[in-house]
Design a protein around this ligand. Structure first.
Ligand code: ADP
Ligand code: ZN
Ligand code: MG
Length: 633
């Protein structure tokens, strides 16, 4: 049962880049400015302002002998009277004080009684006192503009470096990062193909002397996690040449023309370092078919792609730079990229088979201490369809599980639990089903399992559980007996019936359907659709492929993607619906016929919550169903 709609996705809050927080800076500056202004006015307000008197007044006071001292600074007079009160006065700046006072008719003797000191104010304090009040705001404004201009300049500098390549370089001397072919398990054919490239990079002269045209481009294709990036690194490691690594999406950024200039730059740098490998990961980001207008007619992308093509064509045969690229969508690549003289070598990486999986597991268990019971062969058997990346994460999860339980060694049990964790997400033991939910879930899963065990072409059941995991309330784990590359129509039809098993049971037994089977229905429907439109498995439609990989229309189709008429479209719908109805009917027949087995499985599930293969098979044998054997197929 899937699609348990609880919204427990965590929102990833985007972190703001502090460097460019413009508003924060402006407000900060204004705040500081205000603070300083307040402080300044407070400080200057604190002086108790002495009374200002006129010069004639001062002359009179001196005449009366009431003045103790006068301090002259500039044209300011600070006066201290005999009773120690303070006064100020102003004089004309040109004339000396004694002269001025004499002009008021003061006698020399009277003047001599007053201590007159002249303070030279042409220094720092003078400027501070006189200029600062005016200069401060101006300074702030200047500072403010400087701040802004600095930021703009920073952005400008970045814009300048935009055109340069962003490739990460791994030098051959870097022992830590070096990957060799022995670090890549399986993929024998791919390695074989790539050995030639390694040979060339190691010893280009041998090839050039004999007039051989050297491959310019190699494209690695395969499902995500099959080791494309790893293998490309291994080629560089084996050949001992610099490895320029960048991802297709890095070509395309905000500014138009940047992608193309980055390409130019990258090739220039790589040629200097030749022999070298340029590796463009996820090349479908730039290498999609041009001119479809999908994704808003991205001119930038097309220019970048054109530039890559131009650069590759411009290679001299002795340039010794090999371009490698990787993608998991080879179907959307522009045909021009795959033309001879460009990416003409194609290396396909498949999902690993049983032996390869064991090898990969071995590679990733290098630094992990294992308990004696660990049997990687069994783990490899239980993980069909796992990619190299899945297996890597399986090993890691296993180690985490062991560490969490404070054990020093990883045991087989940890690895087996890790398989399910990688497959379906962590167990949610805390999610408690109500009694009713538990019963419905048990019957639902029993339905899937029973149909799978009875129908001849369905995969055997490995495990059933009603412990919720990830978004699934419960699940039935079926594993194919053997690896297979090809699936037949009969197998698909049985798979559809198995998917509908849960739905059938809910409807039959509870007279009602929950939201539980919605994912089952989606899976079954899309399988039925693919049978009709992609694999020619419907008699009414016949042997035509109407859609490409991934349900998209084949190339050349317009944006709406349909290459067929409305009439055909209606026929497809009718055919899909018929396949689904048939599957439903077959599942219902099985469930009706083996009702006893269904009840027994569901009962055991409610009680034990998880049934392993052995326990499960005992139950169905007791009810007259023979479990599938390995030899049967
Ligand atoms: P891709 O680029 O095809 O999506 P990667 O090369 O990034 O996949 O592989 C992801 C990880 O999976 C690798 O770092 C490696 O740990 C593991 N892996 C994948 N394939 C293999 C393999 N054949 N042998 C060993 N490890 C592998
Ligand atoms: Zn289900
Ligand atoms: Mg990759």
């Amino acid at each position: 049962m899937k699609l348990f709609t609880q919204n427990n996705q965590q929102k990833k809050g985007k972190e703001k880049n502090p460097k460019f927080d413009f508003s924060k800076n402006i407000f900060g500056t204004i705040f500081v400015l205000l603070l300083l202004t307040v402080a300044y006015s407070l400080l200057s307000g604190k002086e108790d302002t002495p009374v200002e008197v006129s010069l004639s007044n001062l002359a009179q006071s001196i005449d009366a002998g009431a003045i103790k001292s006068i301090e002259v600074s500039g044209n300011k007079l600070s006066i201290i009277r005999s009773d120690d009160t303070k006064e100020t006065a102003l004089k004309e700046s040109e004339a000396a004080l004694t002269e001025t006072l004499a002009n008021y008719g003061l006698s020399k003797e009277k003047l001599a009684a007053v201590t007159i000191s002249v303070k030279n104010q042409s220094g720092f304090m003078f400027w501070v006192a006189n200029i600062l009040p005016f200069a401060l705001p101006v300074l702030f404004i200047l500072f403010f503009f400087w701040m802004i201009s600095r930021q703009v300049k920073g952005a400008g500098m970045q814009a300048l470096s935009f055109g340069q390549t962003q490739a990460r370089v791994t030098s051959p001397d870097d022992k830590n990062q070096r990957v060799l072919f022995k670090d890549v398990a399986g993929a024998k054919e791919a390695k074989e193909e790539l050995k030639e490239i390694v040979d060339f990079l190691r010893n280009p002269k041998k090839f050039l002397d004999i007039g051989a045209r050297i491959p310019k481009g190699v494209i690695l294709t395969g499902a995500p996690g099959t080791g494309k990036t790893l293998l490309a690194r291994a080629v560089a490691g084996e050949a001992g040449v610099p490895f320029f690594h960048l991802s297709g999406s890095e070509f395309v950024e905000m500014f138009v023309g940047v992608g193309a200039s980055r390409v130019r730059d990258l090739f220039k740098v790589a040629k200097k370092a030749a022999p070298a490998i340029i590796f463009v990961d996820e090349i479908d980001a730039v290498g999609r078919v041009r001119g479809t207008g999908i994704g808003g007619g991205n001119d930038e992308r097309e220019q970048t792609l054109n530039q890559i093509l131009v650069e590759m064509d411009g290679f001299e045969p002795n340039e010794k730079v090999i371009v490698m690229a990787a993608t998991n969508r080879p179907d959307v690549l522009d045909p021009a990229l795959l033309r001879p003289g460009r990416f003409d070598r194609r290396v396909v990486l498949d999902l690993p088979d049983r032996e390869d999986r064991e090898e990969i597991l071995k590679i990733h268990s290098r630094k992990k201490p294992f308990a004696e019971d660990v049997n990687l062969k069994v783990i490899a058997e239980r993980t069909p369809g796992f990619s190299g990346a899945d297996l890597h994460s399986l090993m890691n999860e296993g180690a985490i599980l062991a560490a969490r339980e404070d054990r020093k060694k990883v045991s087989q049990f940890d690895l087996i639990r890790a398989i399910e964790k990688v497959l379906l997400g962590p167990e949610r033991k805390s999610y408690l089903l109500s009694k009713k939910e538990k019963e419905i879930t048990a019957y639902h899963e029993a339905g899937h399992a029973l149909v799978a065990s009875v129908l001849p072409y369905a995969d055997p059941v490995h495990k059933i559980t009603i412990i919720s995991r990830g978004r699934a309330l419960g699940y039935t784990l079926k594993l194919p007996i053997e690896e297979r590359k090809l699936q037949s129509k009969k197998e698909f039809l049985d798979d559809i019936a198995v998917s509908l098993g849960g739905y059938v049971v809910e409807e039959m037994l509870f007279g009602d359907v929950t939201t539980g089977p919605s994912n089952d229905l989606q899976v079954a429907t899309s399988l039925a659709r693919s049978m009709v439109t992609r694999w020619g498995m419907s008699e009414t439609i016949g042997p035509v492929a109407l859609e490409g990989e991934g349900g998209r229309a084949l190339f050349g189709a317009g944006i709406d993607g349909k290459e067929y008429s409305e009439a055909v479209s209606a026929k497809i719908d009718a055919e899909v619906s018929k396949i689904m109805q048939d599957g439903f009917a077959r599942a219902r027949d099985v469930v009706t016929k083996y009702r006893g087995a269904l009840d027994a499985i569901a009962l055991a599930l409610v009680e034990k919550e998880t049934l392993e293969q052995d326990d499960y098979e005992k139950i169905i044998i007791a009810n007259g169903i023979m479990p599938k054997k390995k030899e049967e197929k």
